[in-house]
Design a protein around this ligand. Structure first.
Ligand SMILES: C=Cc1c2[nH]c(c1C)Cc1[nH]c(c(CCC(=O)O)c1C)Cc1[nH]c(c(C)c1CCC(=O)O)Cc1[nH]c(c(C)c1C=C)C2
Length: 618
């Protein structure tokens, strides 16, 4: 007989496709873009490919990984300025009484949508799925997101809360004041002047909806993704579908409805990518799992991804790692036969190609000697501080992902100018979830049979992917405590000559948690991390700057130097992987890594609404 402890959930789920979300790609008119010709200067992979990858973070490692597959005979050298890999992805296991907890200083979870499909395929290839922790869409982390305004936490609407609950919440909470009316009347508003090339996210949504909605809600979302100023970020780059919707239909809501009924328009590059992901040799269990999970991470933190990439590259024997080796200068080799790198001393080395996973600022610095002009246009970035805290007491917060703090929150309620607080317990099962499961006998034969029949086995909102082993969990503790990350900085610190030190950061986090959540106890463990210039800002005119960068790089290096990273088509880890995969895939073609900017939307995807008419390629 199947014993089904309370913690255990068995879900029969169709092995459906992983539906990609709207790709976040810039789209300049084709004619505006100066493109290289279609010449392939090396049609076949040859031993003459001696590629340098600059940077040992997620983009650099993934570029090398995809390169070794694209060019099986190529030699690859990764230059990293620090003495370790990982870049912004840094997980640390910290000892606490009775066990240990994982602290993340940067990104911590991954989403399996949009470019996340590629990440999912990568974790399968790297054999990381058995180390993954999958948070289901029904878990509190997926359903409960909060905003702090004006002096308390308010829950954001979610389809799973039901229409009545969402409506009453929106009418009761001051943060949503005027939002329903603004949404209902959006279609009545005049469309923008067609000559406007770009505007800030704040101005765009203020025009289409209301300034209050921008200040109360959208600014919080922009804090959580870009740590950026909603009145500086580019609407055209961050919301291309809505930006186009207004131009085509006079309303973003009508545009969204048309996309849902007629199908989303994407570039051929995007359609090809989706097709490739569709035909990937998916492990059926992973495919099923991803279809009803909102985020995933790993049992020792997100660094497992960069660590595994590193060991896979090392195993090939074809990738050379140069740690503690900052590249001080990049120049074209004689007759454009390659790219010469120097390292601050007399040593130089010439590579047939260079893939730069550096920031635009670092790339400018390294190319300034060789170039007649600045290679990269200015792409600003922000600095953030993350403060991780672990408290012995459990349940110090409501169940959910955490809360974001909008610009509208009065100064006296956020004098530290925090951007948000993450409830880090929410994306990993705790000891109580696992203990409950094992408090009764588990009939593994029966569970295995159910799984073989296409069912998913879940434990309190987490997929039990690594069954029959104990479900993965990040923190090793006999009893659950409370774990938080408080995020500071971003645009609030623009122009600051110096930033808070470790002691000040900890004091700021504690004072904020006391004011917002009434937490007065001493944290048992904590960590403060300052990430200088970690998030690029896609400010108004971003697309134009990318186009400029593409032209400059092409003119100077004719395909010998290519770029990848979080500053072009998305700031997340998934986007870095996508940019790494694309730059490697195009290594045998004339390219810069930015050639996709301005591609025409020539393919219409199948509509998302069942029963709606599908159109194929246009
Ligand atoms: C660590 C700094 C980062 C902040 N934003 C990003 C990073 C890497 C990038 C980012 N964050 C989110 C997205 C949306 C899509 C997604 O992949 O989920 C992107 C592109 C959402 C997000 N924001 C926060 C979390 C925990 C998540 C989920 C993904 C993740 O782990 O980053 C919280 C958060 N991130 C930042 C701030 C200031 C913040 C505030 C609570 C900056």
């Amino acid at each position: 007989m199947l014993v089904r402890p309370h913690a255990l959930r068995i879900a029969s789920s169709a092995v459906g496709c992983i539906s990609p979300r709207c790709p976040r790609l810039p789209h300049l008119p084709n004619a505006l873009l100066a493109r290289p010709g279609s010449r392939d200067y090396s049609a076949e992979p040859t031993a003459s490919h001696d590629v340098a990858v600059l940077g040992g973070g997620i983009t650099g490692l993934a570029s090398a990984y995809y390169l070794t597959r694209e060019l099986p005979t190529a030699k690859v050298t990764i230059y990293e300025a620090k003495d370790h890999i990982g870049g912004w992805l840094q997980s640390k296991r910290v000892p606490v009484k009775g066990g240990s907890v994982v602290f993340e200083s940067g990104p911590r979870t991954l989403r399996p949508q949009s470019n996340g499909i590629l990440t999912a395929s990568l974790i399968q290839e790297l054999d990381l799925t058995k180390d993954a922790i999958f948070t289901q869409t029904v878990a509190p982390a997926a359903r409960n997101r909060y905003v702090y305004y004006p002096d308390h936490i308010a829950r954001m609407p979610h389809p799973s809360h039901g229409l009545w609950e969402n409506l009453t919440n929106m009418l009761r909470e001051p943060v949503f004041e005027g939002a329903l009316w603004a949404a209902a009347t959006e279609w009545l508003k005049d469309a923008r002047d067609p000559s406007v090339q770009d505007e800030s996210v704040g101005d765009f949504f203020s025009r289409r909806f209301s300034p209050k909605m921008v200040d109360n809600i959208l600014s919080a979302v922009m804090h959580g993704i870009y740590a950026g100023d909603v009145y500086k970020l580019s609407a055209r780059s961050l919301f291309p579908g809505l930006w186009r919707g207004e131009a085509e239909w006079g309303s973003v809501i009508v545009g969204m409805m048309r996309s849902a009924t007629e199908g989303l328009q994407v570039t051929k590059r995007e359609a090809d990518f989706l097709q490739e992901m569709k035909t990937f040799n998916w492990d059926p269990l992973l495919k099923t799992t991803l279809s009803d999970n909102s985020v995933f991470t790993f049992k020792d933190g997100i660094s497992m991804l960069t660590d595994r990439l590193y060991s896979k590259l090392f195993e090939t024997g074809r990738v050379d790692f140069k740690f503690g080796t900052p590249v001080s200068s990049i120049s074209q080799a004689e007759g454009n036969t390659g790219v010469q790198l120097s390292f601050g001393g007399p040593n130089t080395r010439t590579h047939s190609h260079v893939i730069s996973a550096l920031s635009p600022k670092q790339l400018n610095k390294a190319t300034q000697q060789a170039q007649r002009r600045q290679l990269m246009p200015e792409i600003p970035s922000v600095t953030t501080m993350s403060v991780n805290l672990y408290y012995r007491s459990p349940n110090l917060h409501d169940p959910g992902f955490g809360y974001l703090i909008p610009r509208a929150t009065p100064f006296e309620n956020n004098p530290e100018r925090a951007l948000g607080v993450i409830f880090d317990n929410s994306y990993s099962p705790g000891p109580e979830d696992i203990n409950e499961l094992y408090s009764e006998d588990v009939n593994f034969d029966e569970l295995n049979k159910l799984r073989a029949d296409g069912n998913q086995i879940n434990v309190n909102g987490f997929s039990w992917y690594n069954m029959p082993n104990k479900p993965n969990a990040q923190d090793h503790l006999p009893e659950r405590g409370s774990k938080f990350t408080v995020m500071f900085g971003g645009h609030w610190w623009d122009g600051w000559p110096a930033f808070p030190d470790e002691k000040e950061g900890l004091a700021m986090a504690r004072s904020l948690l006391k004011r917002h959540l009434n937490i007065t106890e001493e944290p048992e463990a904590w960590q403060v991390n300052l990430s200088n210039d970690c998030i690029p800002q896609y400010t108004v005119g971003h697309e134009q700057r990318l186009k400029q960068a593409h032209n400059n790089i092409w003119q100077e290096y004719k395909g010998r130097l290519r770029v990848a990273g979080n500053w072009m088509s998305g700031v997340g880890v998934n986007d870095c992987l996508r940019s790494a995969r694309d730059v490697a895939k195009n290594i045998r073609r004339d390219a810069t890594g930015l050639e996709h900017i301005g591609e025409a939307l020539s393919v219409r995807l199948k509509p998302t609404r069942p029963g709606a008419k599908a159109r194929d390629d246009e």
